[in-house]
Design a binder for this molecule. Sequence first.
Ligand code: GLY
Length: 330
Amino acid sequence: MSNRRQFLNRSALAALAASLGLWAPGKSQAFSPYRKKHNPNSSKGGPVAIATWDNRKATEAAWNVLSKNGYALDAAEQGAWIPEADPNDTSVGYGGFPDRDGFVTLDACVMDEHSNAGSVTFLEHILHPVSVARKVMEKTPHVMLSGEGALQFALAEGFQKQNLLTETARQAWEKWKKDNGYTPPTHDTIGILALDQQNRICGACTTSGWGFKMRGRVGDSPIIGAGLYVDNEVGAATATGQGELMLKTLSSFMIVELMRGGATPQEACEEAVARIAKKFPGQVENGSVQVGVLALARDGHHGAYGLRKGYSYALFQHGENKHFPATHLV
Ligand code: GLY
């Protein structure tokens, strides 16, 4: 790494550390609050599939690709298909809770090992928005398509239009209209990260968003840097929970940049959640707001952290598919 690049990395990290109160110029410590516990730029760590919440069926689908020496992007996409098609998952795809007007609107994105990205927002009627996002990445000069334009693109690409509102979700919406609450989401949005045997890291994130949201609301999940970020030199990160908080802090990008500066994936996740808590203390006091992040370094190490108890993740590594509770801030 050039001296100039090292300097820029250190300056950015020092500024972030100082803003979090972790480091101040003149303190008798190394410039960085992070010890170099591992080098994310170095060793081979795959295959690994990791996903937000108890999405073990998704990590299993991803592992089926990775274990056959498949491509990390196929693994992430095929993992994301599982909750997208699950009528019992009320935060993703088919069966997702509708907006306040009764329409299921979906957000999704993908990012590959070359930092290519594709995204769809406010998409209706398509079972697998993650695959439309991949087509946006692969077949257009754009990163993001939204709403009617995203739907037209999907139909032109051969995706079928279908009703995504299940009877269970419709009844929940009818009940919500009577109660008329606007409770912040805890979300089981899936963010899934995959590292393949050729050291390629890719990711996907897909959601139906905040249940009974305002029509047109888009969360963090399809926004590159907020709901998902991948840099194959370093690693990847993804997020779940109240998307407005990740949108305002670009949590996934922050996590990857912290790892670039030497933070472990766990330290980077903790910093991203701490930043949210510091900036938005009212949201921390609101006991129903949840945030959860995941990180996967190029060397196969991972990190996970929630704002509060209850966040968890699925990890398929070394041939074993496990579900873990994440540590949390409050
Ligand atoms: N994290 C998903 C959303 O807020 O829409």
